[in-house]
Design a protein around this ligand. Structure first.
Ligand code: INI
Length: 156
């Protein structure tokens, strides 16, 4: 059996982060978590591009442009969609997740889903805490793991 484990390999990675400005007090913590994880894993600041978009609904288009540019090894999409009793939630969260999945498959690149979809602000804050309790941190690790895995599968 040829098993390909989850791993992070040392190579010069270029990472793009698209972040939704809506609920920025939460999303900023996700961005900070992602930057922390990238730094700890040896990605230099010069290898990271951070772009803000108005809200989660705009993340797929930004991710599409980032993938199309050919400049990055992975795209991390960060946002916070909070239900708050409005049907808007379902449209924004649904289109955002569908769009991001489509972009990743279309460009055959890791497009990592770091969008919190919660019922309330407290649940979102819980997932935007420090260290491993931070979804932004986890998404950056996932991005690096997917880069390493695709390198192995594609024999790079
Ligand atoms: N955008 C979010 O990122 N989170 C939300 O919770 C949210 N809600 O609840 O409305 C939200 N709406 C804005 C949306 O993403 C677009 O930016 C806007 O509709 C313009 O296209």
């Amino acid at each position: 059996m040829n098993e390909l484990p989850l791993e992070i390999t040392a190579r010069d990675c270029k990472i793009a982060i698209a972040a939704g400005e809506f609920n920025r007090f939460i999303v900023q913590q996700l961005v900070d978590g992602a930057l922390d994880a990238l730094g700890r894993n040896g990605v230099p600041e010069t290898g990271i591009t951070l772009a803000w978009v108005p809200g989660a609904f705009e993340l797929p288009l930004a991710a599409d442009a980032m993938c199309a540019s050919g400049k990055y090894d992975a795209v991390i999409a960060l946002g916070a969609v909070i239900r708050g009793g409005t049907p808007h939630f379902d449209y924004v969260a649904g289109e955002c997740s569908r769009g991001l999945a489509r972009v990743g498959l279309e460009y055959k690149m890791p497009v990592i889903f770091g969008v919190l979809t919660t019922d309330n602000i407290d649940q979102a804050l819980e997932r935007a805490g420090s260290g491993a309790g931070n979804k932004g941190f986890d998404t950056a690790v996932a991005a690096l793991q997917m880069i390493a895995l695709l390198d192995r599968i594609r024999d790079k």
